[in-house]
Each structure stands twice: as C-alpha cells, then as structure tokens.
Unconditional design. Structure first.
Length: 414
C-alpha cells in the first residue's frame, strides 16, 4: 500500500499543477485528487487528468502501460472537455492506464507556432512516466492530437511503445478550411503527414484515415491510403491502417460506437505486449456484410405472429423527419402489458453517424398502442395497424412532436 501511495504521488508530480490541486472534482478509486476529471484551464497552457474517472487507478507496475491521449481542435470549442473514444476506454478496461493531456485553446496558434511546444510537452510527460515505473507509454490522439503523437515518436525514437493516430492532420487548428483554400494547400498537409510517418522508427503503429474527411476534401479523388501504406510498409514496423475501405466515414469515424464494436478487439490484441507481432501490416477485417444497425452479436430477430400480442414482435424500420439516420425498433418480448425492445439508430446514407441500439424493457402495452419512455421527458407512442403491417410512431418532448411510419423490413408499404 505504501508503494502504491508513493507511485501515485510521483505520477501526480509529473502531470499535475497547483491549479489542478485546488480543483475538487471526481477522481477514480485509488486515484490522486490532483488528477481529478473535468478540470478547468485556470490559466494553464497544459494540464493532465484521468481519462476515465469511473475506472480504478492502477499502480504503474500493475498496468500494461500508460496511454497519453491528446485531443484535437475545433474552432473555439473547448476540446479538452471531450473524452477519448470508446476503443480507448476498451484499452483502459484491458489493463492500460489512460491520462488525457489537456491544452488551453487560447494557446493554439497553428502547427508552425504551437506544434513543437505540444510535442515538447508530450515527450516530457512520456519520459517522466517511464521514470515513475511505467514499462510502456503509448502516444495517442485524434486529429491534431494524432499528429502530435506521430511527430513526438518521429522526434525521439525508443520512448514510445506505440502510436495511435485517428484522423491525424497538421491543419486541424489552422485556417485551411476557410473559403478560398486551394488543393495545393490540402496536399501540403498530406505531405507533412507522410513526412512525419516516414520518421517512425520504433513502436506499434495504428493510423486511421477514413473516407469522407471534410477537412481533407482533396482525398476524395486522390486517396491518401495507398501513399500511407507504402510509407508504413517501408518502415519495417508492425502497423494497422484504416483507409478508404473503412465502412465508416468522416473525420470523427474513430469516435463512433461501431468503430469500437467492429475493430476494438483487434486493436486491443495488436497493442497487447503479451502478444508477439511480425513486422508489417495487421489487418482488422471489416464486418461482412456491413450491418445497418448495431444489434448485439448473436441476437436473432423474432418473427411476428399472426394474432394477439405476437403481432408486435419483430423488426420495424423507418426514419424520423429531419434526420438522415435510419431508425429501427426490434420488439423481442411481449408479456401482459409490457414489451421489451431495442431502439436503434443507423449511420445514415453516408455511414458517418455513430450507431447505437438502446435496450428498453419498459414499453407499456394497451391493445394496439405502446408507449415507450425514452427518458429526459421524451416519449414515443406506437400504434399498430389493424392488419399488423405498420407502426405509426410519434416522438414527443416538451419542445416538439414528430411523427413517422415504420414498416417490417422488406415490406412494400402497400
């Protein structure tokens, strides 16, 4: 217990500041108050905090290693408030400690002015983490944070065990996507990235460059994936690359639920130090076929019955007006006046939205009507047609009411 206390104190020494010590926020079990979650900047350029305060803190000697997560930048929004994506949480649950490196947006001035300072800070934290007892340190991040991670590993080999970069880009906090941008400027950003990737000489590498990234429209007609793969193959390092074949689009693809559901286990295994790897590419296979809804693995959709409550059973598909995501409910159990179901949201026609299926066991049945409480004052009313072929759905909140019709998959609606 004494050793654990000393280790946590040392950890706090290298990542916390006096301002953080004064903040009384949430801390994980066994954690240090100076690393509380949700800290405000308080004038600091950099600070750090636990990424997941609902997960217990570990002794550095007990953890598989430490992941230093760097966030991206989005205009004047406080990106330090965002949590790492679900696949990083999966790594935390698998034995890695995860710490967020937060940056004050007031000190973001583009890569040429700020990038080197961000890399300096990350490298200092990585060295100190290893000195405090962490056997392995992974540099990881989204967008601008992903490039900070790549550049740090290029500058000082042998510090990082691995790098995880989701949609990395040097221009994420620069005016490249304002009006009048030329294709040449976008290609400059790609060249910066390729040069940084060519500088990787150690570690396990994960790079995700999804299709349909609006911050890099030049890639729509000139994919960067083959160029990146050529560079990574020449490095001789073990790597995973997600490219234009990824069945999720958009700059935030790695933040979707389906990215973790489909690829999280593959990433966990790739980064597991107990697994030996050959040099070259490790493939994380796309689901085949790519599902429209994220129902639990092995779940079987029941067939609707011909009479009584059994007519409610099965899948019902549609969409809400004003939203481009697909919508489905799957009713798998009806008993007395209660129905159990999954309420599912799809990725939309461009496959860019985070998919989700929410489990509800509180559907209130009364004849051909069911009312579902969605929480936060939202309810959905479903009315089953007399012939059992459609559900008329009405979503109600205090602010609005919208309506749609759901049909069984494959039904013509006639």
């Amino acid at each position: 217990m004494i050793g654990r206390t000393i280790a946590l104190a040392c950890l706090a020494t290298f990542i916390a500041t006096a301002a953080g010590a004064e903040y009384k926020g949430r801390i994980p079990l066994g954690g240090d108050p100076e690393m509380a979650c949700g800290q405000p900047p308080d004038g600091r350029a950099y600070w750090a905090e636990y990424a997941f305060c609902d997960l217990p803190a570990r002794d550095p000697g007990e953890a598989l290693g430490l992941i230093l997560w760097s966030h991206g930048v989005s205009g004047n929004r406080d990106q330090y408030k965002s949590a790492p994506p679900l696949f990083v949480r999966r790594l935390a649950q698998a034995g890695w400690d995860v710490v967020k490196i937060d940056r004050n947006g007031l000190y973001e001035h583009g890569w040429s002015a700020s990038g080197g300072k961000h890399v300096d800070d990350l490298l200092q934290r990585a060295r100190q983490a290893k000195a405090r007892g962490y056997a392995r340190v992974i540099a990881a991040g989204q967008s601008f944070g992903g490039v900070i991670s790549i550049e740090a590993n290029a500058r000082e080999p042998d510090i990082f065990y691995g790098v995880v970069a989701a949609s990395p880009g040097h221009g994420s906090d620069s005016p490249y996507y304002s009006a009048g941008v030329t294709r040449g400027e976008y290609y400059n950003l790609d060249n910066y990235l390729l040069k940084a990737l060519a500088g990787q000489h150690t570690g396990r590498l994960v790079v995700s460059l999804p299709p349909g990234d609006i911050l890099h429209p030049n890639r729509d007609g000139d994919p960067i994936g083959p160029k990146v793969r050529k560079v990574l193959e020449s490095s001789g390092l073990p790597f995973i690359q997600f490219d234009e074949s990824l069945p999720i689009t958009g700059h935030g693809a790695a933040y979707t639920n389906q990215f973790d559901a489909w690829f999280g286990r593959c990433l966990q295994n790739f980064l597991d130090p107990r697994r030996s790897l050959w040099s070259g590419e490790t493939k994380c296979a796309n689901p085949d076929p790519v599902p429209t809804f994220l129902l639990p693995a092995g779940f079987k959709i029941p067939r609707p019955g011909q009479e009584g409550l059994a007519r409610w059973l099965g899948a019902w598909d549609g969409g809400w007006p004003g939203y481009d995501s697909e919508f489905r409910i799957v009713i798998d159990k009806v008993e007395g006046s209660t129905a159990s179901l999954y309420y599912c949201i799809g990725p939309g026609p461009r496959r860019e939205h985070s998919m989700a299926c929410y489990r509800h066991t509180n559907g209130r049945l009364k004849g051909d009507k069911m009312v579902l409480d969605r929480g936060n004052g939202a309810t959905v009313e479903f009315i089953l047609s007399a012939d059992g072929t459609r559900l008329d759905a009405t979503y109600k909140t205090a602010a609005r009411t919208i309506a749609t019709t759901l049909m069984q998959p494959g039904s013509s609606g006639k």
